[in-house]
Design a protein around this ligand. Structure first.
Ligand code: 26Q
Length: 820
């Protein structure tokens, strides 16, 4: 009775210790002396999972009751990527049993942090977009909004990065190898997904014209559920990821019945659909498997939503009263055509009614301004895989263009620009256009980005449907990105203002009065110093580079991309290096430059930039003239787990994209809420961060969006900057001469040529303003009191950038749901 219940739910250290030993024995089949570190981790994970179960089940019960009363709308977040990060620590935090569990492990002679470190994270995303989806899941649960996250259970997530001889090497990510204690397979809830084939048009019994899709094949989607508990255990939502498998009984005409090997081959083919995450954060044209992945998870998810509705007695006609679904970029935008197909073809709903339901259901979030990053599919390939959807897209387009021609009579160019089909050359289906037409709301992810969407990328749609456009500035969860990853800072903050900030981040404002308090400043500095010490140890272990924890930690961690300009950062390092070589005795502020980030495997220039960073590191770190005053480290395999160790240790956050390129950025927020100051351009959410923390607490430099446009129009000529700026010339010449590549002058030629000739990201134009700004940073760092004051004020004013605020805005403006 009582004892039994405590084993599964008790939260005292004794209960947890006992449950842990039980799980070690019964789930892992081990006793302590025989257990590996992974056995111990698994036993603890099951112990924590048991404690989630009650809340998870209660959640489903509550759904059922509310659904039956038709009193709630459920939010479905459709995303091809989720990057949840390691679950164990986060669940301990959200359950409120972190300290009790530490004690329990201590009693048994284990170290909790070591067990937490054993977890391999699910790397089911590329970067910002996937991580945002997971921050939103955390916030939905914390602010008590019933929600499902729908996505793909990739067998191989984003590759693991190793650095060999300074180059990136990609290793397959076998994240499931040691088992995943957080997921629950639900094979009974499988869904069938059709692919390929053709359509047949016919008249039904009542003489209505109908369409039947005769697919060339069918695959099955199996859902795997992971609980997402809110902070304080309020509610527990579900992340439901789909795995593709072969259908059990497969009896299509072209299937060779009885041929065992063909059947096995079919199974292998089906399973490739969810085999691997595409590691590019930009679409490549014509990758058939990618389109199949997108359709596969969207179809499974929408059918699942209809199934749940049906189970609770709802007809498909009230789909939009029960659900609202957000499209995380265009990756799931085929949902617009799929919901139309399900309603019209499979549930006999009239087109007009189905269209109203579809528009009411979906919202679309755009994450990019780069025109080349807008997803489009060759019409032919689209029709091969989704013949019925192509017909539906054509019909949506026909009706839409009628509307356009009414609004803009005689303007055929406007119609061609808005069309869902790009007919300017090879014909393409434009997925962003499908999303804009099929959704009731379209939003950007930062104020500047949303404005640029309206005035540039989606200008014509904004003209047509101004009321659809919104801004929801991104946010990040303070649970993972402060409380969990920076326990020292969290304890210091809670010690003076209480711990309400963890769910009401605006309460950090209460820190402002302490910004000038010398005793508090001293504690603040000590926290940062200890965090830097920890990172220094990590850097030493991972890279062999010994760094000085008293130096200024200047950090840039994010995907490698030319527009993010990691190479501008490198030019600054080389400039400092050249100064010290010329004046070895000069008095500089010692700096540690830390980089981290993955390059898309096919992106040669990004990979060359990694090589450059490591080459410069090799020279600078070992030059006796430098005497350790400059250190450069490239931390391999940057991911959520590493991020949690990096952000708390930063003094300076590098957010230096060319203005107008970075939609929002979210790393910028994580740094600042951990007390780093930002050096940045007026791009993405930097604009709003600066607004919040105050211009005097932010290091701004660089061209503004309008200046970038003006310079482009005038003709950007990099040579002019090179010829007139000796410091820039010296930095470039050092690279070009082979100074960092053992005399090999060819190695970095492609990079140097690019910068000198046709650099779209205008490094040279921003070079001198960046260097000057960095000199202001160094000067400011010498005044530790004032630096600390600025650091405290940064944290105190970051309330806006909680993902709780972002999700509340989606609830009010876009989803029209109220937190329970
Ligand atoms: C699309 C088609 C085919 C293959 C891959 C893709 C693909 C995959 C991932 C396209 C884009 C992505 C990821 C984009 C991304 O992470 N964007 C970032 O989103 C963040 C959250 O809104 C912003 O903060 C960043 O500014 C933005 O770059």
């Amino acid at each position: 009775g009582e004892k039994c219940r405590n084993i599964r739910t008790g939260s005292s250290p004794d209960d947890i210790a006992q449950a842990f030993l039980d799980n070690l024995y019964y789930a892992q089949g081990r006793i302590p002396v025989l257990a590996t570190r992974n056995d111990l981790y698994m036993a603890l994970a099951y112990t924590v999972r048991d404690r989630l179960a009650a809340r998870w089940v209660a959640q489903m019960q509550q759904f059922r009751r509310a659904e039956l009363k038709k009193s709630i709308k459920v939010v479905c977040y459709l995303s091809a990527e989720f990057l949840p990060g390691p679950h164990l620590g986060n669940n301990l935090l959200n359950l409120g049993i972190y300290d009790e569990t530490r004690q329990a492990m201590e009693q048994l002679g284990y170290n909790l942090e070591e067990l937490i470190d054993q977890e391999t994270e699910p790397g089911l995303g590329n970067g910002g977009l996937g991580r945002l989806a997971s921050c939103f899941m955390d916030s939905l649960s914390t602010i008590v909004v019933p929600a499902f996250g729908y996505g793909i259970r990739y067998e191989f997530g984003i590759f693991d990065q190793e650095i060999r001889d300074g180059w990136q090497v990609e290793i397959t990510d076998k994240w499931l190898k040691l088992g995943n204690p957080w997921e629950m397979p639900l094979p009974e809830l499988c869904q069938e997904v059709k692919l390929g084939g053709h359509t047949e048009h016919y008249q039904d019994g009542q003489g209505r014209s109908r369409v039947r899709w005769i697919p060339a094949g069918v695959v099955e989607g199996i859902p795997y559920d992971t609980p997402i508990l809110g902070y304080g255990g309020n509610i527990c939502n579900t992340l439901r990821l789909w795995k593709a498998e072969a259908v059990e009984s497969f009896d299509f005409q072209d299937f060779n019945v009885g041929n065992y090997y063909a059947a096995v081959e079919e199974k292998v083919k089906s399973e490739t659909i969810t085999k691997v995450l595409y590691p590019n954060d930009e679409p490549e044209i014509g990758k058939m498997l990618r389109l199949i992945q997108e359709y596969f998870f969207v179809s499974c998810s929408l059918q699942d939503m209809i199934r749940i509705g049906k189970m609770l007695g709802n007809s498909p006609e009230c789909f939009d009263q029960r659900y609202v679904a957000q499209l995380n970029d265009t990756h799931p935008s085929i949902a617009v055509a799929e919901l139309m197909r399900l309603l019209v073809d499979e549930h006999d709903v009239a087109w007009e009614k189905a269209w109203e339901i579809t528009q009411n259901t979906f919202g679309y979030t755009n994450h990019t301004l780069l025109p080349e990053a807008l997803e489009k599919w060759p019409v032919e390939l689209f029709g091969q895989i989704l013949p019925r959807h192509l017909e539906i897209v054509y019909e949506i387009n026909r009706r839409f263009l009628d509307q356009v021609r009414l609004a803009f009579p005689g303007d055929e160019e406007q119609a061609a620009r808005l069309s869902l089909i790009d007919e300017s050359g090879c014909r393409y289906v434009r997925m962003a256009h499908l999303a804009c037409v099929g959704c009731h709301a379209v939003n950007g992810v930062a104020k500047l980005h949303s404005e640029l969407l309206k005035s540039e990328v989606l200008r014509d749609f904004h003209e047509m449907f101004p009321e659809k456009f919104h801004n929801v500035t991104n946010g990040v969860t303070p649970r993972r990105w402060m409380a969990l990853s920076n326990p020292r800072l969290a304890a210091l903050i809670s010690g003076v203002i209480g711990d309400g900030w963890i769910t009401q981040l605006d309460e950090l404002r209460k820190l402002e009065p302490f910004a000038d308090d010398p005793a508090f400043q001293e504690k603040w500095r000590r926290v940062k110093r200890e965090n830097k010490n920890d990172l220094a140890t990590l850097i030493l272990n991972r890279t062999g580079v010994a760094v000085d924890p008293d130096s200024l930690f200047d950090i840039q961690v994010k995907r490698l991309h030319e527009y993010k300009r990691q190479h501008l950062n490198v030019l600054h390092i080389i400039t400092l290096y050249a100064r010290l070589k010329r004046y070895p005795a000069s008095d500089c502020v010692p700096r540690t430059f830390v980089f981290g980030g993955k390059a898309a495997p096919g992106y040669a220039m990004a990979k060359l930039i990694i090589k450059l960073i490591n080459s410069v590191a090799g020279v600078v770190n070992t030059d006796p003239d430098i005497r350790g005053r400059l250190n450069v480290a490239f931390l391999p395999d940057f991911n959520v787990k590493t991020g949690q160790q990096v952000y708390p240790a930063a003094d300076l956050s590098e957010q230096i994209s060319l203005a107008g390129e970075e939609a929002s950025g979210t790393g910028n927020m994580k740094f600042s809420m951990n007390g780093a100051l930002t050096i940045g351009t007026l791009d993405g959410a930097n604009v709003e961060i600066r607004e919040e923390v105050g211009a005097e607490n932010f290091f701004l430099f660089g061209l503004k969006v309008d200046e970038v446009e003006e310079l482009k129009a005038r003709g950007y000529d990099p040579r002019k900057y090179y010829d007139s700026n000796p410091a820039l010339r010296e930095a470039i010449d050092l690279i070009r001469s082979g100074h960092f590549s053992g005399g090999n002058a060819q190695l970095f030629a492609p990079l140097v040529d690019l910068l000198m000739q046709r650099d779209n990201y205008m490094l040279f134009a921003d070079y001198q303003p960046y260097i000057d700004c960095q000199d202001r940073v160094s000067a400011a760092f010498r005044d530790q009191q004032n630096w600390t004051r600025m650091s405290i004020l940064n944290v105190a004013r970051m309330g806006k950038f909680s993902s709780d605020r972002a999700v509340r805005e989606y609830c009010d403006m876009i989803w029209k749901v109220q937190p329970v």
